[in-house]
Design a protein around this ligand. Structure first.
Ligand code: GLU
Length: 509
């Protein structure tokens, strides 16, 4: 195991849009693979055809691309030495049946002919008796399978084409021990483990068999997945053992759950915190439900990834902002917690804000310009950059720029009535007129000069600058809050400022 090449796979089932928990699994796998100069593989686990959802596979590929955590091998990423990487296609290679046969031949798996109704009835009977309702070492003795039927009977049923499944023969009372990199040693008694179906009646392997065969064949070194898979790990350990391939078993890492913001239970994809649960917009064509994506909501992929990295992992320092390269450098499974990680919507926005502030004005202008176009605004690129410079401090998203700063492009037609009611009177109106006149005489129109003139005029009028500051802002922008006032004045420019002040004096009654 020590000398194995590091190869991690992300193995989603295309049963819907990939939610952020899935992206975190992919991210941690990616980080570990890159850190150890290994491979990151995308395998599509589509053996359950009844749950197949159109578009899901494409969605997964696009989501990984947007996040910048691209596999170097697998579906959508140029395949590789172990193609195909879709289980439905791998079935055609006959590998799943071959491994199942090996288990049957060594007496560790068996044929079960029970109908769904018969299995249901068994479960009901056991539930009524208040015992674990599992198909296992005890109950299998009451069912129709190759452990209870004679060879002849089995042959007859097979010849008659009776549908059957292949089940794992789990021992009745044996200790199963395995190591998880995050959780340490886990010990389970086989009495808790059911005889999992390995091959379904349509010949398709179940997840349990298929992922093991593929992990072996693809030489996967570490299997990283959500905590919900921990209960089936003992069955998987048995399968490796019975195949005589324990040395091929990947190291296991079961990631902690992502919890609701209040810590009460698992985060749902229908969470109502207002923060998306999916990387990209997702439309579920079966249910007609629409889910907002981080991308479309205006999150930067770097911010999304950084936020996700902190859900369950910590660097052991107070550093919170990590680029993807820094994450690769810092990441280890030893620093992933066992206990659930609370999702924090405010912190998620905070991460985006940090990345927004890191962007240059020019980068932000590129993102803001299409929004301006939507509002039929064409403006001088340098002016747009300057607006971005002023509004970026307070915003979390570029999409907020228009709401916060449309007045840079369109003069106000309404003035915050609260401020007007409180501050507009003969004296303050007189001040606005006076400052307008004073501005007309200014040669250059910088923030410093306009501020000095503003203060001098206030003093000359015997009025406190603080009393007219917000009113002055409202006359210029229509709203009571915004960026640094005189920076805004400088950017609007002399002619525009004078025109807006004159218009305000005429309009406000
Ligand atoms: N197909 C499984 C899933 O959808 C993969 C679990 C695993 O990584 O083994 O989560």
């Amino acid at each position: 195991m020590e000398n194995r090449r590091v190869r991690l796979r992300f193995a989603p089932s295309p049963t819907g849009g990939l939610h952020m928990g899935g992206v975190r699994t992919a991210l941690f796998s990616y980080l570990f693979a890159k850190k150890h100069k290994g491979d990151f593989i995308l395998r599509i686990e589509d053996t359950d055809q009844t749950r197949y959802v159109n578009g899901a596979e494409e969605y997964i590929i696009n989501a990984l691309k947007w996040c910048g955590i691209e596999p170097n091998e697998g579906v959508g990423f140029g395949d590789g030495p172990h193609a195909p990487y879709r289980q439905s296609e791998r079935k055609e290679l006959g590998i799943y049946a071959k491994y199942a046969q090996k288990l049957i031949d060594s007496g560790h798996a068996y044929y079960a002919f029970d109908t769904t109704e018969e299995v249901d009835e068994m479960r009901k009977r056991l539930e009524a008796a208040k015992v674990a309702s599992q198909y296992n070492a005890v109950t299998r003795q009451t069912m129709r399978n190759s452990t209870t039927l004679s060879e002849d009977e089995v042959k007859k049923l097979m010849d008659a084409g009776t549908p059957y499944v292949v089940r794992l023969k789990v021992p009745r009372n044996e200790e199963i021990r395995f190591h998880d990199i995050i959780r340490g040693w886990v010990v389970v008694n086989s009495a808790q483990v059911d005889d999992k179906v390995l091959l379904k009646s349509d010949g398709m392997p179940t997840y349990h068999l298929a992922h093991i065969v593929d992990d072996i064949e693809m030489e996967v070194s570490h299997a990283v997945r959500g905590e919900e898979w921990l209960p089936s790990a003992p069955s998987h350990v048995l399968i490796y053992r019975y195949l005589g391939m324990e040395d091929k078993m990947p190291l296991l890492a079961h990631l902690p759950l992502i919890l609701k913001p209040d810590g009460n239970g698992k985060l749902s994809k229908r969470d109502k915190s207002g923060i998306p649960m999916f990387p990209l917009d997702w439309y579920d064509e079966r249910t007609g439900e629409k889910y907002a994506g981080y991308r479309e909501t205006g999150f930067f992929p770097e911010a999304f990834i950084n936020m996700l990295s902190m859900l369950g992992w910590n660097p052991g320092t107070t550093q919170e902002i990590f680029s993807l390269d820094e994450l690769v450098e810092a990441f280890s499974f030893e620093r992933v917690n066992k206990s659930g990680a609370k999702f924090d919507p405010e912190k998620t926005k905070w991460f985006n804000q940090q990345y927004l502030r890191k962007k240059t004005d020019a980068e932000l202008a590129v993102l803001f310009t299409p929004i301006l176009k939507e509002h039929n605004i064409t403006a001088d690129p340098a002016f747009v950059e300057n607006v971005c410079h002023l509004v970026k401090e307070k915003a979390h998203f570029v999409s907020e720029f228009w709401k916060d700063a449309s007045y840079f492009f369109i003069a106000p037609t309404a003035y915050d009535p609260e401020v007007i009611k409180k501050r507009w009177n003969e004296q303050s109106a007189g001040f606005i007129k006076a400052v307008t006149e004073a501005y007309k005489n200014l040669g250059t129109f910088t923030a410093a000069e306009t501020e000095a003139t503003f203060k001098a005029t206030a003093e000359a009028q015997g009025i406190g600058a603080g009393q007219v500051m917000q009113l002055f802002r409202v006359c210029l922008s229509g709203v009571g809050g915004g960026p640094m006032l005189f920076e805004m004045v400088e950017l609007l420019g002399k002619d525009e400022v004078i025109a807006r002040l004159e218009k305000a004096v005429d309009s406000i009654k």
